[in-house]
Design a protein around this ligand. Sequence first.
Ligand code: AMP
Length: 632
Amino acid sequence: MSSNEFLSLGISAPVLKAVQNLGYEQPSPIQAQSIPVLLSGKNLLGTAQTGTGKTAAFALPLLSNIDPQQKTPQILVLTPTRELAIQVAEAFQSYAKHIKGFHVLPIYGGADIGGQLRGLKRGAQVVVGTPGRMLDHLKRKSLNLSQVKSLVLDEADEMLRMGFIDDVETILSKTPAESQRALFSATMPAAIKRVADKYLGDAQQVRIQSKTQTVERIKQQYITVKAHQKMDALTRVLEVEQFDGMIIFVRTKSSTVDIADRLQARGFSSAALNGDLSQAIRERTIGKLKRGQIDVVVATDVAARGLDVERISHVINFDIPYDNESYVHRIGRTGRAGREGNAILFITPKETRLLRSIEKTTKSTIAPLTMPSNAQVSDQRIQQFTEQLSKTLETPRLDKFREMIVKYVDENDLDMADVAAALTYENQKERPLFPKLDTIVAPRQDNSGKNRDRNRDKDRDSHKRDRKSKDNFSKDSAPKNTRAKSERIIRDEDGNEVPMLTYRLEVGKNDSVEPSNIVGAIANEADISSQYIGQIILHDDYSTVDLPDGMPDEIFKTLKKARVRSKALNISIENGGNNSAPSSRSPRPKKGPKKVKSASRDNSSKRKTAKNDGSAPLKKKKKTYTKKDKLK
Ligand code: AMP
């Protein structure tokens, strides 16, 4: 099995070469379905979330059809956040590595527009960006959409939630009517379907169907970790888990070798198993695993298909599988022959949705696993050390050593415990019994998924979900200003009550600020899900916005500096949190405030219900804004 499968899908030679270089073994299900459709020029409506390989699903076919000589944008990708814009642009860059003269340009708000203007002038075949900044460029006439052949809306439901859908429609209407269009969304709410009907016509629909499958006898857990700390997290898990044989699943052939090597260097007997290895080598590796000559095999899906080794007590999904079916296949490698099995899934914050979808398919709850602490690793090493010591004490060949030590202790008038401690110290230098491991930061969960704050959840079986902490807010990080009481309560997607606090932003109607600019800045800069961005009221020279109570200082500082329309937000708590009466620093606006957005809305059309009567928000208790009320 090889990237021949990609070849048979029809992607161009330079793109295929890049895919081979990246070590992709086979197309993911969403890729297998989408690539032929997009290569044929048809429109596509895809239900897919992060982690399914959706970026390559559109990037590979669209890149296969570009004209490298043509420097005006041919492919336009709209993303809800700048992080995703950067990520998608990087993916395009890596897939286009062998296309001469290729340029991709990410454009998003909050970044210097000068660089983007220069980049657009220089020319780029692919432009990836957030809707607000794209509109800016369209207004400035710096972005020419006349040659756009394909347009992709990525994470369309997030764009809707963030209030960008009107901007998206404006951009869509400015691309050539005959251009190809693809829309990817994790969910298909009515507003997205409407956009799809209007702009995608009879698009080919692509979705990964998954049958419900039960997984018995397998204890399933997950651990959330940032991508760059996965290896450290894996090492810790391996240190504290009591395992016999283990399979670690990764996505690429190159990762199988890389991780197996690194584990070997850390003292775990491991080997790689991938489709590039000859059948003989693969069989030899599996034989060694069966006989206990190695304990860990790092494999791709293809290579581990059908693998049946009784002593596999653990399956680790180091990279999340693309679809639920392959999750079930993977974890089915453990719990063989009536034994108990363990499955541990590593997820990055962005992949939370996939976790939920796996739970749904398998009709099971996957419990959060707490990142093994320094102390746990230490305890485990001490236990192993003492076990080894007990075994060594039974060795009959100790006599000569005992005599030598007794003589040494007598001659130097030493305490035997001191000598034993010194020997232990020498012995553990390579693998310290009291290690100082690098801190693994518990990442914030993704905005779009269900919250699982693993680190706070001491009770593995309770599965309490603390949505607030996921989005940067937690009880531990309440603002220092305790006078600021939450008056508004909103309900999040799970129906949890979220107390809100009103904040003041020093940008307003006079700065030509739109609510979507504010939502975009807060969502992007503070990584706060749009569902937690409550009512926004635009005044002439300032605005107010409701955000969850308990904003950590770090985010508060970030938001102070964040800019909208080149002006710093300079966020502060509005009137000690007592709603939106204008503070003493800003006289009551002559015109009524514009109430533009409510947290409970899931449809941007509500943005249009702007109130201009100046009533409700100003009727609330007025309180003079004092310096004391400021957090910083
Ligand atoms: P995405 O769902 O687009 O965010 O992709 C998730 C991850 O899967 C990225 O790190 C990709 O590099 C990786 N990936 C995508 N397609 C493949 C493939 N066919 N084989 C191996 N890895 C892949």
